[in-house]
Design a protein around this ligand. Structure first.
Ligand code: HEC
Length: 204
């Protein structure tokens, strides 16, 4: 069919055949590809708002294995710069908690620092020993629960004796009471502490 004898005619014929094959291939590819909404839903970079909603929706207090430990997510604190922090407590510490009392010796709290929903930074930990908090931090890929006393970590926590040198004890107690993960909002960027009122549960 595509046999031809004169060069110009021949080229035109081939070009025509090539173009119609191309159009057919594009039409076929479009029929076979999934509708756009599915590829959007599968997007791997959720918007901060979408992720925040998911975090709030997945909100019942339950323990999970994280960093080689069982930990229960009790609160998320959102910041004005889009960063947020997620607080976890060891289940044995949750069980030992007496609302209104100081946190007992042995209490282990873990905090993830998220710079954006895709960007998890260092993991912070604190554990109470002999009535004092020990602090530590590790890279999420390398769980390490080594801790030391005080130092630069305690600087920001020291002005909060009423909540046992934590900022999130009221949220922790509310989580225990309601069995729901608590959320709070601090209208400052980074890790600068907000006033204690920012860390009160919404219900009170
Ligand atoms: C610049 C001030 C600042 C410094 C320094 C700081 N923190 Fe905090 N930390 C905070 C604030 C504020 C919160 C409450 C969460 C929020 O508002 O983002 C918090 C919360 C925590 C929590 C959750 C339990 C709680 O106390 O409410 C842990 C665990 C923690 N910090 C560990 C550490 C460790 C470990 C270090 C040192 C490596 C450290 N922090 C140094 C400001 C600070």
């Amino acid at each position: 069919m595509l046999v031809c004898f004169r060069l110009r005619k021949c080229l035109l014929k081939w070009l025509g055949a090539f173009l119609s094959t191309l159009v057919f291939a594009i039409a076929l590819a479009q029929t076979l590809s999934p509708p756009e909404s599915i590829s959007v839903a599968n997007s791997t970079s959720p918007t901060p708002a979408a992720t925040a909603n998911q975090l709030i929706a997945a909100s019942s207090l339950q323990s999970q294995v994280k960093y080689d430990r069982k930990l229960a997510h009790y609160a998320t604190v959102f910041r004005s710069d889009g960063s947020f922090r997620q607080m976890f407590i060891a289940p044995h510490s949750l069980a030992a908690l007496q609302p209104g009392e100081l946190l007992p010796n042995g209490t282990l709290i873990v905090m993830e620092t998220w710079y954006s929903p895709e960007d998890l930074g260092a993991v912070f930990i604190k554990q109470k020993q002999d009535g004092e908090w020990r602090y530590g931090s590790f890279n999420p890929d390398h769980p390490d629960y080594q801790m030391s006393f005080g130092g630069s970590c305690h600087r920001c926590h020291a002005p909060f004796p009423d909540t046992d040198f934590t900022l999130t004890k009221p949220l922790l107690e509310a989580a225990l009471r309601t069995r729901q993960v608590q959320t709070a909002y601090c209208d400052r960027a980074g890790r600068t502490p907000c006033a204690p009122e920012a860390y009160l549960p919404e219900e009170s």
